[in-house]
Design a protein around this ligand. Structure first.
Ligand code: FPP
Length: 246
């Protein structure tokens, strides 16, 4: 039976997050420069985004550029930024056609002005789309996000807007970049690495983790289906026993 038919549409992960890894190695295996891998990786972004929307996944969050990625060679950073601009320009129409809204999380003001402007433009143009929300994590670091939430909450405590006893999970959620997103159900990382790399640390508390050897530029819809089928075969207990769940 083909993989897609094995997916139960009533048990889809509501929120999938992906650490897209392996672009550089994919290029190196072909004797090409790393940027070639990022270009092919952008095509995987399109295929996976459209497949998620088609399946009925409501939220897809992609780790496109971490706070640590600024330390990469200047030329690679510049090329990634150019690739972002060209992908945003190229894909705005298909985001509209597919009824997908684009959002972003991270320290967006650290992005080059052109990238920031293009991003805001696509976000504005797609904001009323409702089939799926695609979130790009850009200049994103989870610890930085948590620190910034702490700062905002403590300022509110100082100004008597929040009392310390009232601080709970929902207050913390409301101060994270992901305030409009539900918790992650399925986290995928490609390329065989089994780490979280400072991605959505708070939001993956109960996520199922799926690691695959496939390099991101080779990751397509069949690989996505495989990850979802694997997720659906797991039992999510949220700390309870199997008996309690049945
Ligand atoms: C990791 O591979 C990938 C990135 C740091 C960037 C992800 C960017 C894209 C997929 C391209 C465009 C994105 C969008 C949203 C259009 P790596 O370079 O760390 O690979 P390596 O571990 O093999 O060196």
């Amino acid at each position: 039976m083909i993989l897609k038919d094995q997916i139960h549409s009533d048990q889809l992960p509501e929120h999938i997050a992906i650490i897209m890894d392996g672009n550089g190695r994919w290029a190196k295996q072909r004797g090409k420069v790393r940027v070639f891998g990022h270009e092919k990786g952008a095509r995987s972004v399109k295929e996976v985004t459209e497949s998620c929307a088609e399946l009925g996944v409501k939220y897809l969050t992609l780790y496109a550029f971490s706070t640590e990625n600024w330390k990469r060679p200047k030329l690679e950073v510049q090329t990634l930024m150019k690739l972002l601009i060209s992908s945003l320009r190229k894909e705005i129409e298909s985001l509209k056609e597919n009824d997908i809204s684009l959002t972003a999380i991270g320290n967006l003001s650290a992005l080059p002005k052109k990238v920031h402007e293009e991003l805001l433009h696509v976000m504005e143009e797609t904001k009323s789309n409702s089939r799926m929300t695609l979130t790009l994590a850009l200049s994103y670091g989870s610890r930085e996000e948590i620190i910034s939430a702490f700062k905002e909450i403590s300022t509110k405590v100082k100004n008597n807007i929040i009392s310390p006893e009232k601080i709970d999970e929902s207050i913390i959620n409301e101060h994270l970049y992901t305030r409009n997103l539900p918790d992650v159900d399925l986290l995928i990382r490609t390329s065989g690495e089994q780490r979280i790399s400072n991605f959505l640390l708070w939001q993956i508390a109960y996520a199922e983790l799926y690691f695959t050897e496939v390099l991101w530029p080779d990751f397509g819809k069949e690989n996505l289906y495989e990850a979802i089928v694997n997720y659906q075969n797991r039992e999510r207990r949220f700390g309870q026993t199997s008996e309690q769940l049945t």
